[in-house]
Design a protein around this ligand. Structure first.
Ligand SMILES: NC(=O)c1ccc[n+]([C@@H]2O[C@H](COP(=O)([O-])OP(=O)(O)OC[C@H]3O[C@@H](n4cnc5c(N)ncnc54)[C@H](OP(=O)(O)O)[C@@H]3O)[C@@H](O)[C@H]2O)c1
Length: 301
């Protein structure tokens, strides 16, 4: 199966390119960065999907492009919806028109975080923020416009590339002795590398003409934790490798004046993806250990 990655220079896009290299399938993966295609431009999207149809036949389109600045989204509503709603709409319409399949990345921010138990794919959505609303609108656009779609909701993505909470606290720990981190947001950190492997597995399974499992799935890390617990784990791992760490001070969301409200507890149940694709939750502690080990190897070289 040939795979076209939109938003190829972002965290997930880069992880997909690396995962393809590790699986020796780079020659069937086509990265398309923001500069090559702005997904808000319907003509640009259609041109690319049409070209690839005539060149390669049916492809898997992975939409890893998105407006991901959650706080900025509160003020830049139009740009956020253009990228997170109109962009997926264009991709879905052109994928349907040219006979491609589509994987659309979505988020736990479509939920309000008030549910005690893990959210399943059937749980009612109720986004709290502009980012969450725009991603939920993107999901609906994909469902309405492209039959062969997978909507993959995930959460708290981290990697050595791009911007992530974990990357940020590792950098901050180098400069500061104390970090203040919230205890009242609970979720599931997800390794971008594990997510990329899951996307490749889904793409490979979906290429079967008899595949019937199109729809919405959750994929995230386990076990769930608060940002505070994640930060403490990161600091312990840094110390084990004689890297500079910082003391983690517990705080609540009210102590930070963030523009966008976040779900307080958004744990994604990953049973459905296991049943359909035999994909297991990402082990975020193992992934963080591995990433810190590679940072230490670089530093101590
Ligand atoms: N990060 C998370 O914790 C998280 C959690 C759940 C779900 N997700 C979803 O997962 C997906 C990937 O997230 P990520 O962390 O990899 O994001 P990211 O690192 O911010 O990457 C997003 C990429 O999309 C590109 N992009 C933005 N607007 C575009 C447009 N109009 N046309 C084409 N490309 C555009 C960006 O390019 P520029 O930098 O040049 O603008 C960037 O390369 C997103 O859909 C996001 O909503 C993320």
């Amino acid at each position: 199966m040939n795979i076209l990655i939109f938003g190829a220079k972002g965290q997930v896009g880069m992880a997909l390119i690396l995962a393809a290299q590790n699986n020796n399938i780079s020659s069937s993966v086509y990265p398309i960065g923001h500069a090559e295609c702005d997904i808000t431009n319907s003509e640009a999207v259609e041109k690319i999907l049409k070209e690839y149809r005539s060149k390669l036949g049916r492809c898997m389109i992975v939409n890893a492009a998105g407006w991901t600045q959650v706080d900025d989204a509160e003020e830049r509503v139009k740009e956020t919806f253009e990228t997170n709603w109109r962009g997926p709409l264009h991709l879905a319409q052109s994928a349907e028109k040219y006979g491609h399949d589509l994987i659309q990345l979505s988020t736990d921010y479509v939920f309000d975080g008030m549910q005690e138990s893990p959210y399943t794919e059937e749980s009612p959505v109720n986004p709290l923020s502009i980012y969450g609303l725009s991603k939920e609108a993107g999901e609906r656009a994909v469902r309405a416009s492209c039959n062969r779609h997978i909507i993959l909701r995930t959460s708290w993505i981290f990697s050595l590339y791009g911007k992530s909470f974990i990357r940020k606290i590792i950098e901050l720990a180098e400069k500061k002795d104390e970090l203040t981190v919230v205890t009242d947001q609970i979720g599931s950190p997800t390794s971008a590398s594990d997510l990329a492997d899951a996307i490749l597995r889904i793409s490979s399974t979906c290429q079967n003409d008899f595949f019937q499992g199109w729809g919405t799935y959750h994929y995230a890390g386990a076990p769930s934790a608060s940002w505070y617990e994640v930060a403490c784990f990161v600091m312990t791992e840094l110390s084990k490798h004689n890297l500079k760490s910082a003391k983690v001070i517990p705080a609540t969301s009210a102590d930070f004046k963030m523009k966008a409200p976040r779900p307080a507890k958004s744990i994604l149940s990953c049973n459905k993806i296991y049943r359909q694709f035999s994909i297991q939750e990402s082990d975020w502690k193992a992934a963080i250990r591995k990433e810190i080990k590679s940072i230490a190897a670089e530093k101590h070289d």
